[in-house]
Design a protein around this ligand. Structure first.
Ligand SMILES: O=P(O)(O)OC[C@H]1O[C@H](OP(=O)(O)OP(=O)(O)O)[C@H](O)[C@@H]1O
Ligand code: HPA
Ligand SMILES: [Mg+2]
Length: 186
């Protein structure tokens, strides 16, 4: 199914990445991740709430046996700029010491959330700690982060859909799109 900007409502400007492109990319990433973790116990950690969709679809595309856990952090609140202050809203249920941990993110924007998360989870002594993100904005990076698996590098624009919100809305769109500036006063 092809979704055009005109079907998206006045709040949305443009489809950046279609559902079909996301599905194909996750299949490609899953094959690489399967190869990396063959014979190892894998724990995938989803970063709530944005990573819900990518976790659900990536987990089903993987064939490596795995367990799932979730962490909720927030640095954006209701705005379109990272506050830089990361708060833990929900910690992991499991002890990750000695485990092979893969952090699954929807987006790396400034990188502040992930850099904080890597140092937080890294201090818990996992056997390995790697990152998979669906989206990354190279032009927005405020800190350099070593990321093993990236789905798409995108321009420095605020995007919504496929888990990504603006003021908690649009997470359920099946594609990634840009928000019309009038919605956030741009
Ligand atoms: O690289 P950064 O600039 O730190 O931005 C990326 C983070 O921001 C978003 O989370 P948010 O804090 O909006 O919480 P949410 O997932 O519940 O929407 C997104 O899901 C990433 O976790
Ligand atoms: O572009 C974005 N859209 C939605 N949430 C976000 N969190 C960081 N960057 C973004
Ligand atoms: Mg958000």
């Amino acid at each position: 199914m092809r979704v055009d900007a005109k079907d998206m409502g006045a709040d949305l400007q443009q489809v950046l990445i279609t559902k079909e492109e996301i599905d194909a990319k996750l299949a490609e990433l899953a094959a690489k991740i399967d190869a990396e973790y063959a014979g190892k116990d894998l724990l995938i950690v989803g970063v709530l709430k944005g990573a819900v969709m990518v976790m659900a679809d990536l987990a089903r595309a993987l064939s490596t046996p795995l367990t799932m856990d979730w962490m909720a952090v927030s640095s954006y609140g209701a705005g379109t700029q990272s506050s830089g202050v990361v708060r833990i809203l929900k910690d992991l249920d499991t002890d990750i010491k000695g485990k092979h941990v893969l952090i699954v993110e929807d987006i790396i924007d400034s990188g502040l959330t992930l850099s904080w998360l890597i140092s937080n989870l890294g201090s818990r002594e996992p056997a390995s700690l790697k990152v998979c993100t669906l989206l990354r904005k190279p032009e927005a990076a405020k800190v350099a982060i070593d990321v093993e698996w990236v789905g798409f590098d995108i321009p420095n624009e605020f995007v919504v859909g496929y888990g990504l919100d603006y003021a908690e809305k649009y997470r359920n769109l099946p594609f990634v799109g840009t928000l019309a500036p009038h919605v956030y006063g741009g």
